[in-house]
Design a protein around this ligand. Structure first.
Ligand code: MV4
Length: 450
């Protein structure tokens, strides 16, 4: 088992990883930038190493500084958290080359899933349904146009090196294709240094369903059911829940069997999330994330599995703690992301937390890294914390969420708490009847009504 772990991240996810590591008796080493000298993750860890100035490019994104910090502190493993370098194959390789344990998938898997055409091909070959389209072997504009015409409009042009909504262009008619292709390639070259694109049939009103998966060194694969992440705005998830209110038991069984087949086929190691579009009972692979995700706690709450403990065990070469047959889920969990933002305009609201009170009670969890007197630095994302609730069913989870939102106190900055209080009065949210466009339409209506 790993004896010491450096957490190459900050904020609530660093605190969350430290909690599990300390419970397992692992010595924890935090890293911090100038702005994070007084941050909670620094206080919680057994040790802390300063890695540089506040801007991420001079601290949390500097792989060499993170590896040097691990060496100097005698940490034998590195956990990347999410974001930052968590899906950077070169960093993962550098960690391994430095003789350290990488708590994450193999660099080759990170690389393979980073290119959307290769990922789609791998999945299609493993029998996973993928969105109909053209993978772009031939990038000549006339070929891409001909393929788009054959697929039928609307289509999506997607950057091969893109992801998470970056590098996507919807085209509604043939006449618009050439201009859209030119700008998609320009943007992809600028953003990713790779202007290759693929073409897909546009799925008009899907839900975003993602399945948590695990693979160990012995080829065992299990899934931990799905999360519904459809409530999002500009590709920023706002509310996530598990299980999805849209999936029937047979739908859940079907998608679970599909992902286990896929993960076995690609020889996946570690924790991963496979993202699908779900529409009218059909699902299509869109991309795979090779990191622990922000919303992982809803899966933990319905399965009782500590995903970070499993990550650490897999990285230490131990087998998974359970088989697929062992895994059942109980009840329903919902997460809301509490950001230091104005809940009407979604604009960041940095500042000092003047007052803070965390909600409690059965089935209530707040993963946060703030405290009264803490100043939210402007260099990083505005996430204050994730409020996660669990109930025996969705209704009980919603009742707990409503009450917890009334209990939590964050003074001194605007937060998205009022947004969730408004959303939980909406019939579509209470019934779970929403797709990926619902929130943006609702927010536009709110503005229109204002
Ligand atoms: C799509 C799609 C519709 N049709 N692909 C957005 C980011 C990445 N996860 C893929 N995404 C989409 N791909 C086809 N063929 C709609 C989206 C999409 C989306 C997907 C999931 C969650 C939120 C989304 C918001 C906008 C667009």
């Amino acid at each position: 088992m790993i004896g010491s772990l450096l957490i190459a991240n900050r904020g609530e996810i660093a605190c969350r990883v430290i909690r599990t590591a300390q419970r397992l008796g692992i010595r924890t080493v935090a890293v911090y930038s100038d702005a994070d000298a007084d941050a909670l993750h620094v206080r919680m860890a057994d040790e802390a190493v300063h890695i540089g100035p506040s801007p991420v490019r001079e601290s949390y994104l500097v792989g060499e500084a993170l590896i040097a910090a691990a060496r100097n502190a005698g940490a034998e493993a590195i956990h990347p958290g999410y974001g930052f370098l968590s899906e950077n194959a070169d960093f993962a390789q550098a960690v391994l080359d430095a003789g350290l344990v990488w708590v994450g998938p193999k660099p080759a898997s990170i690389r393979a899933m980073g290119l959307k055409d290769a990922a789609k091909k791998l999945m299609a070959d493993a029998g996973v349904p993928v969105t109909p389209g053209y993978l772009g072997d031939d990038q000549r504009p006339e070929r891409l146009k001909a393929e788009a015409d054959a697929i039928g409009y609307p289509v999506l042009i997607k950057a091969v090196a893109g992801g998470g909504g970056k590098g996507m262009k919807r085209v509604d008619a043939a006449a618009d294709f050439d201009a859209a292709l030119a700008s998609a390639k320009r943007e992809a070259a600028a953003a990713f240094g790779d202007d290759r694109v693929l073409i897909e049939k546009y799925v008009t009103r899907p839900r975003h369903i993602e399945v948590q998966v695990f693979g160990d060194q012995f080829g065992d694969v299990v899934h931990l059911f799905e999360r519904d992440c459809s409530l999002q705005r500009r590709h920023q998830k706002v509310l996530e829940e598990a299980p999805s209110p849209a999936l029937s038991a047979e739908g859940r069984k079907k998608i679970g069997e599909t992902v286990n087949k896929a993960i076995a086929a690609i020889g996946y190691l570690g924790v991963g999330t496979i993202e699908f579009l779900w529409e009218d009972g059909e699902f299509f692979f869109i991309e795979m994330n090779t990191r622990l995700q922000v919303e992982h706690p809803v899966t933990e709450m319905i399965t009782g599995v500590d995903l970070v403990r499993e990550q650490v065990r897999i990285a230490a070469g131990l087998p998974l703690s359970f088989t697929q047959e062992d895994i059942k889920f109980q009840g329903h969990a919902i997460e809301v992301r509490i950001n230091a933002e104005n809940s009407e305009t979604f604009t960041p609201s940095p500042g000092t937390i003047s007052d803070f009170h965390a909600p409690g009670g059965l089935g209530v969890r707040l993963d946060s890294a703030i405290y009264a007197g803490y100043s939210i630095p402007p260099y990083y994302d505005s996430l204050i914390g994730k409020l996660i609730v669990h109930g025996r069913d969705r209704e009980e989870a919603i009742a707990r969420l409503k009450r917890s939102l009334n209990e939590v106190v964050v003074g001194g900055v605007d937060t998205t708490i009022p947004l969730f209080q408004r959303l939980l009065a909406e019939p579509d949210i209470l019934s779970g009847d929403y797709d990926i466009h619902w929130l943006e339409k609702w927010a536009a209506r709110q503005k229109g009504d204002a």
